[in-house]
Design a protein. Structure first.
Length: 289
């Protein structure tokens, strides 16, 4: 066999072949394919009038999608933190209310929850606020709360309802993330803080939460990416985000191929960029630990 290899240098040894196979397995072919496809689409957007017009039409939807995602995620994070703290509370009423919210929101499909919040909960809340304002006027508190009586459901546009619905749904998932993060901290740290004279609130604020938030940053980042994608569900409310504008573009021009190629390219570009940021944060956290 060695003599054959010497006489035929083009034939590689088994070790060299295995090394070549190992190298081929380590190459990120999926990334190469995505980059090549993205370059082709960028060229088409720059050179093809149909792609150029489609991209210009959908660019507005990108800004709307990012705005909705940022605002909804901020609200969902706040709601999730409050609900997560309530889920770890020993108060039966607080625990029951938070658990009811989490289990209900997670047990209903997000698209159904969006419709329910936008067309049932928000109008009901506005009606309740209107009643509170009317009662305030009747008992002489019109200067303080009387303005609530003038609130109308028409003042809350469909984009605001969509943001409320998205944050309401994702708040339940963030609550479980925060609950898991809080419970991952050893109970001894809370006991040590209390033994030093801290109240429960102080111990949670200065000792437990800083450590818990550090641990839950990666899943929070992943949920932000998921929310960016799930914002496309707001198309059922006719919110003019990226998916809705894509549907309008397809209906008006019948350019299905070009429209959804660009829509997919834009979503994929945003999610891949955010994924890179999340991976960077995870690596930094591992190094610091």
């Amino acid at each position: 066999m060695p003599s054959i290899l010497r006489e035929n240098p083009e034939i590689r040894s088994p070790a060299e072949l295995e090394k070549a196979r190992s190298f081929l397995r380590t190459v990120p072919w999926w990334a190469i394919i995505l980059v090549a496809t993205g370059l082709v689409l960028i060229y088409l957007i720059l050179a093809d009038p149909d792609y150029t017009d489609t991209f210009a039409f959908l660019a507005v939807g990108v800004s709307v999608t990012i705005r909705i995602t940022l605002i909804a995620y901020l609200l969902a994070t706040v709601a999730g933190l409050i609900a997560g703290l309530a889920r770890t509370s020993k108060n039966t009423i607080v625990y029951t209310i938070s658990t009811l919210y989490v289990e209900t929101a997670r047990g209903v499909p997000l698209i159904v929850l969006m419709l329910y919040v936008a067309f049932v909960i928000v109008p009901a809340a506005v009606s309740l606020i209107h009643v509170i304002g009317a009662v305030a006027i009747s008992i002489g508190l019109g200067s303080v709360l009387g303005g609530l009586a003038d609130l109308s459901i028409r003042q809350i546009n469909i984009e605001a309802r969509g943001i409320i619905a998205l944050s309401f749904g994702y708040g339940a998932y963030e609550a479980e993330v925060f609950r898991a993060g809080i419970q991952s901290i050893s109970r001894g740290q809370m006991e040590a803080a209390r033994s030093l004279g801290m109240t429960y609130t102080q111990a949670m604020r200065f000792i437990i939460l800083p450590q818990a938030i550090r641990r839950v940053l990666p899943p929070l980042g992943n949920d932000f990416i998921s929310m960016l994608k799930d914002s496309s569900l707001l198309t059922v409310l006719a919110v003019p985000e990226l998916t809705q504008l894509g549907r309008l573009r397809r209906a008006s021009t019948f350019r299905v191929f070009e429209t959804f190629n660009v829509v997919t390219f834009l979503y994929l570009s945003m999610t891949l960029a955010l994924s890179a940021v999340v991976r960077f944060i995870e690596q930094r956290m591992r190094i610091e630990e």
